[in-house]
Write a protein that binds this ligand. Structure first.
Ligand code: C5P
Length: 225
């Protein structure tokens, strides 16, 4: 299975002066944990890291330290996650029929989650790892007034990996560019194009590291593994 890792973000919400994926958690850069999980997942044979060329030197030295054996390619990132994934898709080898997309910032996903997604994507057009939400979620208008309360049983928190048929994902991204759609995950492009995306059970610990608090939680989880 081919895996694309969007890793071209900044450290803005983290309050960091560099790519948050280079920050240390449990004695390793955050991206190292993501890469170690991908390396340990038997189903993954090729990894494409989509990142800003200014970070490539740092990423390459991290990979050298980890002594990773899988093929790892570097692809230049875009100004949004959506653009970064678009760039990654253009760089996939012709042989890639399905692809997993996994945020570099989700450094706690386990190898077995990668393997489960790799297996399930062979039987469907698209999937995402997701967990059911524990909180009651409110829809709120611009004045801070609640407009509705969706039925919690139908609400799922989207995670990555997300897996897709490559041909369909390329078509959906191209349609997204044509229509000017701005989305925060790839499944949303499938939904807008009317193509089915299924849920596979995600992991409670598969957090997207966004804030300094998330980093502290990741430190705790990694130190208890
Ligand atoms: O910012 P956020 O954590 O939501 O981004 C999700 C993932 O997308 C991160 O792994 C980040 O590095 C990546 N990203 C990207 N290109 C961008 C912005 C974010 O690859 N321009």
């Amino acid at each position: 299975m081919h895996l694309l890792i969007p890793a071209a973000g900044s450290g803005k919400r983290m309050g960091a002066d560099r790519n948050k994926l280079l920050l240390e958690v449990h004695s390793k850069p955050l991206i190292a944990w993501t890469l170690l999980a991908a390396e340990a997942a038997n189903s993954i044979s090729w990894i494409g890291i989509v990142s800003q060329p200014s970070d490539w030197e740092d990423f390459k030295s991290i990979i050298a330290d980890l002594k990773l054996k899988k093929t790892i390619e570097f692809i230049a990132g875009g100004s949004t996650r959506q653009e970064s994934v678009y760039n990654g898709l253009q760089a996939l080898p012709e042989t890639a029929k399905q692809v997993l997309i996994h945020d570099g910032a989700r450094c706690l996903a386990t190898p077995s989650l990668f393997n489960a997604c790799s297996e399930a994507v062979l039987d469907c057009s698209g999937l995402i790892a997701a967990i059911s939400v524990k909180d009651t979620i409110k829809i709120v208008d611009n004045n801070g007034i609640i407009t509705s309360t969706p039925d919690r049983q139908q609400l799922w928190a989207a995670q990555t990996p997300q897996g897709f048929d490559v041909k369909l994902l390329k078509q959906c991204h191209a349609e997204g560019v044509r229509q000017g759609w701005e989305v925060t995950d790839d499944a949303a492009l499938f939904e807008k194009c009317g193509i089915e995306v299924r849920i596979v059970p995600g992991e409670e610990t598969n957090l997207k590291i966004t804030t300094p608090q998330d980093l502290a939680i990741a430190e705790f989880i990694l130190s208890h593994r």
